[in-house]
Design a protein around this ligand. Structure first.
Ligand code: PHE
Ligand code: FE
Length: 257
C-alpha cells in the first residue's frame, strides 16, 4: 500500500500538510480536473453536477479543512485526511460518524490515465461532491453503520460488493439516459464515457442480492454495471436488515465476475 502510515493513530487520520504539495502537483491536479470537467456535462449524474456548482476545487489540490466547513453546513459530513487505504474497521467507523476519509497523496504524472489505488484526485473529484446530496449523504452514513454490523456478522465481502457496484461504479437513470454517479467512473478519463456509451458492458437493474453475489475486478473496465432509478431507491432497498440475506448468500454459489 502506498502512503506514509507512520504518523497516523488508530483512526488513521493525519494532518493534510497542504503546504507540502509542490507546484508540479497542483499543476497535475489541475490537468486531471480539466480533463474530467470536459466529460462530466455529458456523463455525470445531475446531483454531482449540481454540487460542484456550489464550491470551486478546480485550480489546486483542495484544502480539506475548507471543504469540511461548507460540507458540514450542507449535510453534516466532513472529510478527514488519511495516508491511503485504511482497514475496514476504521473506514466504516468514519462513515458511521459522517466523516469521509480522503487520501492525501496525488498520483505521479506517468499515472495520469490509470491508477490502481485511490489518490486525492479520485477521492475528491469522485466522492466529495456527492456528499452534498442529502439522500446520498444519508445513505453513505447508513452504509458505514451497516459495515460495522457486517464485520460482526463476518459478511464484509458481501457488503463490499454493494459499495463497489454503487458508490464506486454505480450508474443512475435520468431522463436523458443513464449517467455515472460511481466515484471510480467520475474520476476516470476513459471509463466515464465507456460506462455510459460503450455497447460492450451489461447495464443491469439494481438488484441487491445479485450484487452481493457478484465478484468484481479492480484492474480493468467493468463488464457489468448496476443501474439505480434514484438515490431514494438505493436508500429504500438497502434499508432492510441484511442479516437473513447474508445467511442465504453463504449457502449459494457465487457468480463470477
Ligand atoms: N440495512 C443494512 C443492514 O441491516 C445496513 C445498510 C444500510 C447497509 C445501507 C448498506 C447500506 O445491515
Ligand atoms: Fe473510491
Amino acid at each position: 500500500m502506498r502512503g506514509d502510515y507512520t504518523r497516523s493513530g488508530p483512526d488513521f487520520v493525519i494532518e493534510q500538510d497542504w503546504s507540502a504539495y509542490t507546484a508540479e502537483e497542483h499543476a497535475l491536479y489541475r490537468r486531471l480536473f480539466e480533463r474530467q470537467s470536459k466529460l462530466v456535462p455529458r456523463y455525470a449524474c445531475p446531483e454531482w453536477i449540481e454540487a460542484v456548482g456550489g464550491f470551486d476545487f478546480s485550480t489546486e489540490i483542495p484544502r480539506f479543512e475548507k471543504t469540511s466547513k461548507i460540507l458540514r453546513n450542507a449535510t453534516g459530513w466532513e472529510i478527514v485526511a488519511v495516508p491511503g487505504l485504511i482497514p475496514d474497521q476504521a473506514f466504516f467507523t468514519h462513515l458511521a460518524q459522517r466523516r469521509f476519509p480522503v487520501t492525501v497523496w496525488l498520483r505521479r504524472p506517468e499515472e495520469f490515465d490509470y491508477i490502481a489505488e485511490p489518490d486525492v484526485f479520485h477521492d475528491f473529484f469522485g466522492h466529495v461532491p456527492l456528499l452534498f446530496d442529502r439522500t446520498y449523504a444519508d445513505h453513505l452514513h447508513e452504509y458505514g453503520k451497516g459495515g460495522l454490523k457486517a464485520m460482526r456478522l463476518n459478511a464484509v465481502t458481501f457488503l463490499s460488493r454493494l459499495y463497489w457496484y454503487t458508490i464506486e461504479f454505480g450508474l443512475i437513470k435520468t431522463q436523458a439516459g443513464v449517467r455515472a454517479y460511481g466515484s471510480g467512473l467520475l474520476s476516470s478519463g476513459g471509463e466515464l464515457a465507456y460506462c455510459v456509451e460503450d455497447p460492450k458492458p451489461r447495464r443491469l437493474a439494481f438488484n441487491l442480492e445479485r450484487i452481493m453475489r457478484t465478484a468484481y475486478q479492480i484492474d480493468r473496465y467493468q463488464e457489468r454495471y448496476f443501474v439505480i432509478d434514484s438515490f431514494e431507491q438505493l436508500m429504500r432497498e438497502t434499508a432492510p436488515d441484511f442479516t437473513p440475506i447474508y445467511e442465504r448468500l453463504r449457502s449459494l454459489p457465487m457468480e463470477m465476475a
